[in-house]
Design a protein around this ligand. Sequence first.
Ligand code: SF4
Length: 367
Amino acid sequence: MIKSCYIHIPFCDTICSYCDFCKVYKIDKWIDLYLDNLEKEIKSNPVKDPLETIYIGGGTPSCLSPSQLERLLKIIDTLPKKEIIEYTIEGNFESTTKEKLLLYKKYGINRLSFGIETTNNELLKKINRVSNKEEIRKLLEEAKKIGLNNINIDMIYGIPNETINDIKNDLDFILSLQPTHISAYSLIFEKHTILTINKEKPVPEELELEMINKINQVLKENQYEHYEISNYAKANYQSKHNKTYWKNEEYYAYGLGASSYIDDKREKTTRSLTKYLNGIITKETEVLSKKDKIVYEIILNLRTKEGISLEKFYEKYQVELKKIYNYQELINNNFLIVENDQLSIPEDKWYISNEIIVKVLEGEINE
Ligand code: SF4
């Protein structure tokens, strides 16, 4: 049974200088045409199982007008649902209004995800974003009055010229909003982004590590559990939808550039807006072998505090993980731990998790 569905809305009011997501400037007539084609895409590959989690991501879904948003929410409302446990929409504070919050509530959305990224105005300029603390505070008060209490805030660390003091200020402000969930991402210099083209310099590695440690320490002191490399939650507020990905479970996905995982196939929809708006919704398919699935299982599970359940791994693949990968030396050197049958990377090594995962995969036993 597939219980999760992702819907991608690629439109944004402004383009951030670090962004390599699938996004475009918003143009009203494109949005209307996009929704026509999204509806067609959903009808031609329908959701078959009752959903428990839905995630509308982007882009900036909140930049749609109220009538466009209502149309989107009505399309999603036709999907088969069980009891929806988590229904999230992403957005920014600038384009979210009380009218839109009321619409969210009306259609059953119960989780909001907003990007703040940083509170330093100079750094905001560098990443081409704006922010106003008082407006953010007012909007969240409005959301909570309406009953939308489950709120994630995204922050970014490692912006060129950022200092440890900037991180402390961001954390102070974000904590004052009392979100249930915080995602903290390290700034990545992706190819073809304005930051990279402008030859901006990343912060030194030692400073980045100091920032990670500060975030971990402050959020832990404030009772947020660090349950995934970039994610922290109050008790009972871990993201159920995102855990579908990290547990390597299957999910539906619709919209430009969206990737689904159904019946052992990962399918990626075209990133060409022209094609999509013309109803040419092509998909690249990766059919997964048992070994591919195991590799995904390792890469995704090891991002989390829980790690890999060795027992569940055996039930799923009918083979013991240690019989196909030799990772004992990583355990001996404390890069991996086994506790209660769970294999995981200790939190103090998460900043080098990619290197550790590569080492695990290099330990493949070829008989
Ligand atoms: S709002 Fe999000 S998707 Fe849009 S440009 Fe910025 S980072 Fe990219």
